[in-house]
Design a protein around this ligand. Structure first.
Ligand code: PXP
Length: 245
């Protein structure tokens, strides 16, 4: 079955609104694990707008599942990752003004810098993933620089699903683009993950794409959890994934 990594950045977003320690990121992570999450993902942003350094260290100590650290490909983040040693790192692009990660990393035009970061992480025993747009050139470039895994950006698909509907030509074309990129990733023997904007309505189609290893989902699960609690929000997402994979 396709695994579910739960991104808990927005638990920290809420905590940072008051900076009084609640809701606890550690407590949320443990609740996610109890509900069946296969791993916990956090994005330590350069501006520290939600997850803080101490969250990453605490999660590394207490998690029974896996810690996936999303980070920009910078020297500062590399040295934190090499110190924390999460199970995996997902390299993402980062712009200060953005509300969330807007596009995939441009591996094709940054091969040299990224290859060196990938190699240093791998040498430390950390599994490396790169968050890319579902684009054949980006998949090929990612493979060339030695990553273990790619996470395909499903943000455009999820927007088209919401705005134009699943039956629209644009949405169908985007699914085709993700399918093609997935096939190329499998051909390159890369571990295949997907994420961004996935929710209870749009997950079915992505589950049907052959060879998916893991989804990283945050916003929809944490939003649902406000009304149902984290355990039910995760249980429902896992049921959808199970039903469709
Ligand atoms: N994967 C990556 C690489 C991301 O940057 C994000 C957003 O932090 C996600 C998955 C999760 O996206 P969402 O919160 O929209 O589910």
């Amino acid at each position: 079955m396709i695994k579910l990594g739960v991104n808990i950045d927005h638990i920290a977003t809420l905590r940072q609104a008051r900076k009084e320690g609640v809701p606890s990121v550690v407590e949320a992570a443990l609740a996610c694990e109890k509900a069946g999450a296969d791993g916990i993902t956090v994005h330590l942003r350069e501006d520290r707008r939600h997850i803080q350094d101490y969250d990453v260290y605490s999660l590394r100590e207490i998690l029974n599942s896996k810690l996936n650290l999303e980070m920009a490909a910078t020297d500062e983040m590399l040295s934190i990752a090499l110190d924390v040693k999460p199970n995996s790192v997902c390299l993402v692009p980062e712009k200060r003004e953005e509300l969330t990660t807007e596009g995939g990393l441009d591996v094709k035009n940054n091969k040299e810098n990224l290859a060196s970061i990938v190699s240093r992480l791998k040498k430390a025993g950390i599994l490396v993933s790169i968050f890319i747009d579902p684009d054949l050139d980006q998949v090929a470039s990612s493979s060339e620089i030695g990553t273990d895994c790619v996470e395909l950006h499903t943000g455009k698909y999820s927007l088209l699903f919401k705005e134009s509907g699943l039956d629209s030509l644009d949405c169908k074309n985007e699914i085709k683009r993700i399918t093609k990129a997935s096939k190329e990733a499998r051909r390159e023997k890369l571990i295949l993950n997907a994420g961004h904007g996935l929710d209870y309505e749009n997950i079915d189609q992505i589950c049907k794409i052959h060879g998916m290893n893991e989804f990283n989902i945050g916003f929809s699960i944490i939003s649902k959890a406000i009304f149902t609690g984290i355990e039910k929000a995760i249980f429902n997402m896992k049921s959808l994934i199970e039903r469709n994979s």
